[in-house]
Design a protein around this ligand. Structure first.
Ligand SMILES: [Zn+2]
Length: 354
């Protein structure tokens, strides 16, 4: 997740004017194209050609009908000609021109989801998907797997032979599948593998793919690709909230390393001392920013780090997330209430004890 947000920050490092545009991509392709064309024209007129450029790229993709469309997209552009599109798994709306990419909405949408491989094993074939903003079908491997003979009664030589053949053939197939996954992952590394299929093949499939270097998790067999996408998301979301709650617990219980509330968090973000920053929900908080070194503050007249003057910062949480990410911290946006509520919805852990 953080990797995708970091790509945006790196692409626009050093820029001082960046357009961020979040667009929900609902409706059918025709409606979407019409909507994007209107938006693109308006942006070109009101802001400049540079602002409409990423929308034109998106329109081309839609015309080409590339894959399944994500539910939302974050578009970033600068007058120097840089532009980038970030597909999102949920519809987000908003437009800002500021000194940096507006990253918080993208973080909120992407936080629960990891880039992952999803493998669906059917009888005789396996489908490999890549999960990012959508579930994209990458490849299908097929092989005739003879049916296992499950006969409780007399097992003749022929049946045993068939059974053995079925077993060797399934294990060979799974080996091929694991091998192919390894090749794909070398080209596009992901964080984990989700495996699903019929109960009959799952134990062996989990074992075969378990030798892979990524964590492997199993899912209930889906009815369709849409069903599979939904259950991968739900499973990832549930895990994210569990992990986030554990992290919030740790923050509340480790006084030596914990940061609670805006003032403490800003102080540690300024010192680039955070290992993780947790923001409960996206909201607008005004603050100040140093005109010289970029350090943040709530209401200070002078920079706490270098003593220069401070200017207004209209989105303090976004500025904190930005600075924390660039200093190597993980930034989690929960998108729902938590025990951080009593601490202005902000908390974190420092790298070292204070
Ligand atoms: Zn400063």
């Amino acid at each position: 997740m953080a990797g995708r947000a970091m790509k945006v920050l790196e692409a626009f490092g050093g820029e001082d004017r960046v357009l961020t545009l979040y667009l929900p991509l609902g409706g059918d392709v025709k409606q979407r194209i019409a909507h994007l064309k209107t938006r693109s024209k308006k942006l070109a007129e009101e802001v400049g050609d540079w602002a409409s450029r990423p929308l034109e790229g998106l329109l081309e993709d839609l015309h080409l009908g590339e894959g399944r469309s994500p539910l939302g997209v974050g578009l970033f552009a600068s007058p120097s000609g840089r532009s980038l599109a970030l597909p999102l798994p949920s519809p987000v709306d908003g437009q800002v021109i500021s000194k940096r990419p507006w990253i918080l909405p993208a973080l909120e949408a992407l936080c629960p989801l990891l880039e992952a491989w999803v493998v669906w094993i059917h009888r005789g074939r396996g489908e490999i998907f890549r999960h990012h903003a959508v579930l994209e079908r990458v490849e299908e491997l097929s092989e005739e797997i003879p049916r296992k003979v499950r006969d409780a009664g007399f097992r003749g030589g022929e049946e045993r032979r068939l059974e053995r053949r079925a077993e060797t053939s399934l294990s060979k197939f799974l080996k091929d599948l694991a091998w192919r996954l390894r090749e794909l992952n070398a080209e596009r590394p992901a964080g984990e593998v989700w495996v699903t299929g019929s109960e009959e093949v799952m134990p062996e499939a989990l074992e075969a793919l378990g030798r892979f270097s990524l964590p492997v998790r199993s899912l209930k067999a889906p009815k369709s690709q849409e069903d599979l996408e939904r259950s991968v998301r739900e499973a990832m979301g549930a895990r994210f909230f569990q992990e986030a709650e554990d992290l919030v617990e740790r923050i509340l219980e480790s006084p030596g390393r914990s940061v609670l509330g805006l003032r403490q968090a800003i102080d540690q973000v300024n010192r680039r001392a955070l290992m993780s920053l947790v923001v409960e929900e996206r909201r607008t908080v005004r603050g100040v920013r140093c005109t010289s070194c970029g350090a943040l503050g709530l209401d200070e007249d002078q920079c706490p780090l270098c003593g220069s003057g401070m200017e207004e910062e209209t989105d303090l949480l976004d500025a904190m997330a930005h600075r924390a990410l660039l200093s190597g911290a993980e930034v989690l946006v929960l998108g729902r209430p938590s025990s951080l509520r009593e601490h202005e919805g902000v908390g974190g852990l420092t790298r070292l004890s204070r």
